[in-house]
Design a protein around this ligand. Structure first.
Ligand code: FE2
Length: 276
């Protein structure tokens, strides 16, 4: 499996991930324990602030992979950036300071609160440059929680969506509810841990993966945990469409009988109960 979003590389300027090589090694072992074979190590990039340079991230990723391989634990670590959306970002993508996944896919972070007026025009500028945009954890954005239709607009504008597995831990919150809504219509294309340390927000996401497996089809689970990311790291295009039965979140709330609407929650509760 591929973890498409991790702050595993240590001591990277501008990043708040692993604070030492020891912690990074530990996080890498946790990634293997959770079942990942590949980790896309995505350090923060914010225009105008310090950031990890391509060669430094590559060297750190190589050092950790080599150390683990020496211990018989192969984990492929692929460096990239998680870039925060600002109008200046475009210039940094053009200058190749921002590292794209497979030289083509940009992991993009939207503001957690509020909505940038220029979002769609910036997405269209990036598209015009041949850059494929992956929205990091859209379920955590207040704008999408309030209006999940924005997820459809993002996909229609060419973007892909990445689920933070940790969001499934909090299914009673707006974040968790939004994640389940988007999952219901196969709107995610990738999963990631969003891991920042070996403690809180660690790569140990076995429970979240088990839940994801339970509430998604076998085919879709394979696509978002493995197949799509395998294409992205090679820079290969693939279709970003989602479940065609989707009409609108509003209509769904009005038209779907209550027992069907709550089905996913009942299954979730039953699963939790069975694990006690
Ligand atoms: Fe992140």
């Amino acid at each position: 499996m591929y973890d498409l979003h991790s702050h595993l590389l240590p001591n990277i300027p501008g990043d708040d991930g692993a604070r030492s090589y020891d912690m990074a090694y530990h996080m890498a072992r946790q990634s293997l324990t959770a079942g990942f074979s590949h980790v896309i190590a995505t350090s923060h990039f914010v225009a105008g602030e310090p950031f990890g340079r391509r060669e430094d991230l590559q060297a750190a990723a190589r050092a950790i992979s080599k150390f683990l391989l020496g211990k018989g634990m192969p984990l492929e670590i692929i460096p990239a950036h998680e870039a925060y959306l600002t109008p200046e970002l475009i210039d940094h993508v053009k200058s190749r300071e921002v590292i794209l996944i497979g030289n083509r896919y940009l992991l993009l972070e939207l503001p957690m609160t509020g909505w940038m007026r220029e979002t769609f025009s910036l997405l269209s500028d990036l598209n015009a440059m041949g850059v494929k945009v992956i929205i990091a954890h859209p379920e955590r954005c207040a704008a999408l929680q309030e209006n999940p239709d924005l997820a459809v607009e993002l996909i229609d504008s060419g973007a892909y969506l990445q689920l933070n597995l940790g969001s499934l831990k909090y299914t009673h919150t707006s974040t968790g509810k939004t994640a389940l809504k988007l999952l219901k219509y196969n709107m995610y294309h990738f999963v990631g841990t969003g891991a920042h340390s070996d403690q809180k927000r660690s790569p140990l996401v076995q429970e979240e993966l088990a839940l994801l497996k339970k509430i998604t089809s076998h085919t879709y689970f394979a696509q978002i945990t493995r197949e799509n990311a395998a294409l992205a790291v090679k820079g290969i295009d693939f279709d970003n469409s989602f479940d065609e039965s989707w009409t609108s979140f509003d209509r769904e709330d009005r038209a779907v009988p209550f027992n069907l609407r709550t089905n996913i929650w009942q299954r979730l509760e039953a699963w939790r109960f069975a694990r006690r």
